[in-house]
Design a binder for this molecule. Structure first.
Ligand code: IPE
Ligand code: IPE
Ligand code: MG
Length: 224
């Protein structure tokens, strides 16, 4: 059985779900939060140590302002209303991505990260304004500035996922098979599961099915 520490998820399909059932993309984003809660709870059950959730990409700024505003409002509400609960669950919250948000959101993020920094049951890396290419370029620049030896081990220290093992599993919901600028370096040897269901419809059992499938995969890492 394969050991499992880190699951990464591209939570895709909110907009389509919202249009289909509520005639509103934003309603889909709201419904997606219930799935987030389900997956957090099941991750704890499964003793997963790291859960990385793609919430907003550097490319998502191309969306209509109304949708972007709604997404950030949801995020603010999430931080205000759920942080005590997450803390009680012994969860550590870390934001990955370029943190140049509104003053209010930056403050909320800093508070949430600080409050939960010592927790060690599960670490949630929430990717907001995250783009892997930007992450890699910043890392290269820093490494060159420090005149470090350029090798894999040193390079990892400059990524936002430093000290976090690479994900063993990537799940993308929403029936689309692409990475959309997510964790390009870290996914080099990850097992990838593309799921047909839209994120708000992704259930605990769907998640468990993926985990069980992963456990039986023969992981070669180039060997035989
Ligand atoms: C993913 O769902 C969530 C974000 C990118 C914020 P989408 O909003 O991309 O949903 P679809 O793909 O349009 O259905
Ligand atoms: C990827 O989903 C980003 C997130 C889930 C946050 P998108 O829906 O933005 O991806 P593309 O644009 O269809 O590739
Ligand atoms: Mg999408």
């Amino acid at each position: 059985m394969n050991p499992l520490k880190h699951v990464a998820i591209i939570m895709d399909g909110n907009g389509r779900w919202g249009i289909k059932y509520k005639n509103s993309r934003n309603a889909g984003h709201r419904a997606g939060l219930n799935t987030v809660q389900r997956i957090i709870n099941e991750s704890i059950n499964q003793k997963i140590k790291y859960l990385t959730l793609y919430a907003f990409s550097t490319e998502n700024w191309k969306r209509p302002k109304k949708e972007i505003n709604y997404l950030f409002k949801l995020l603010e509400n999430f931080l205000v209303s759920r942080i005590d609960e997450l803390h009680k669950q012994n969860i550590k919250l870390k934001i990955i991505g370029s943190k140049n948000f509104s003053l209010k959101l930056n403050k909320l993020i800093n508070l949430a990260e600080k409050k939960t920094s010592k927790n060690d049951k599960l670490q949630i890396n929430l990717a907001i304004n995250y783009g892997s290419k930007t992450e890699l370029i910043i890392a290269f620049k820093k490494m060159i500035k420090k005149k470090e030896n350029i090798n894999e081990k040193n390079f990892q220290k400059y990524l936002q996922t430093k000290n976090i093992p690479d994900p063993e599993i990537l799940i993308r919901t929403g029936n689309t098979k692409r990475l959309s600028n997510f964790l390009l370096w870290q996914l080099a040897y990850t097992e990838i599961f593309f799921e047909k269901k839209l994120w708000p419809a992704f259930s605990k059992n769907d998640f468990k099915r993926v985990l069980n499938k992963f456990k039986k995969v023969k992981r070669n890492f180039g060997s035989i």
